[in-house]
Design a protein around this ligand. Structure first.
Ligand SMILES: C[S@@+](CC[C@H](N)C(=O)[O-])C[C@H]1O[C@@H](n2cnc3c(N)ncnc32)[C@H](O)[C@@H]1O
Length: 237
């Protein structure tokens, strides 16, 4: 059985919060494998993403709220499970975020972390990393907090050093690997690359066009696959 599903079923937890939910990907991932939840709230600072998430999630038990996770209005000890997926490398202050998550978590609750990693990659997965780091550098030009992703060990070190929390379990999420890409898949990836490129300010175009071509050439040569993720469960100490 999928380890995440096994974990969720063993806990039988009911109230969930997803921080930095974006369009609700992680909520969809969890609710597709675990039905015993009573409520799932997704929060994000982006009103546009909250609107999209709400539109794409016709589920009475799931709701989305525009809210800054550093300044949540939920009471103390409120949720059974607090999730953070692929957002660690978007945080301006990681310790402050974990203290905010800890505050709204019940004493016997769990923090679930999913985060893509930049080590242990196949040649195909290197394409995802290259594209991600390319996009992150462009986002930083516009003042967004978007860093490179971490190695598995860096993530474990970060999680293991948060005050009042301890790692209960950790594993690499086992995603089925592609052997080769279809033309449609590659066209989709190249399309994303062009969309990312369209965010580059005029005075940086030359430098980024060169880098975009290098990323594209790498993908043409090696193909494209998603990076694996670390999955970790934290508890209050
Ligand atoms: C890469 S996305 C992850 C989306 C989703 N969790 C997933 O796994 O696909 C990171 C999200 O974190 C959000 N975010 C960053 N800082 C935040 C904060 N302080 N409070 C709430 N959301 C935040 C961003 O707006 C962005 O939507």
């Amino acid at each position: 059985m999928n380890r995440l599903k096994e974990f969720l079923e063993s806990t039988q937890k009911k109230t969930f919060l997803d921080i930095g939910t974006g369009t609700g990907n992680f909520i969809h991932q969890i609710t597709s494998m675990y039905e015993e939840y009573e409520s799932f709230i997704g929060i994000d600072t982006s009103a546009r993403l909250i609107e999209m998430a709400t539109k794409h999630t016709p589920n009475d038990k799931v709701s989305f709220i525009e809210m800054d996770a550093y300044d949540m209005t939920f009471p103390d000890n409120h949720f059974d499970v607090v999730c953070l997926s692929n957002s660690l490398h978007h945080l301006s202050n990681i310790p402050q975020m974990f203290q905010a998550m800890k505050r709204v978590l019940k004493e016997d609750g769990y923090i679930l972390i999913q985060e893509m990693i930049k080590d242990q990659l196949s040649e195909m997965q290197q394409s995802h990393k290259l594209m991600h780091h390319f996009a992150a550098r462009i986002d930083r030009l516009s003042g967004d907090t978007h860093y490179e992703t971490f190695t598995e060990q860096e993530i474990i070190d970060i999680l293991g050093s948060q005050e009042g929390l301890s790692i209960d379990q950790e594993w690499i999420l086992d995603v089925p690997r592609h052997k080769e890409n279809s033309k449609e898949e590659l066209d989709y990836i190249y399309n994303i690359l062009e969309r990312v490129m369209s965010r580059v300010p005029e005075d940086h175009q030359e430098e980024f066009i060169k880098e975009k071509e290098q990323v594209k050439q790498y993908i043409e040569k090696h193909g494209y696959d998603g990076c694996p993720s670390v999955f970790a469960v934290l508890k209050k100490q």
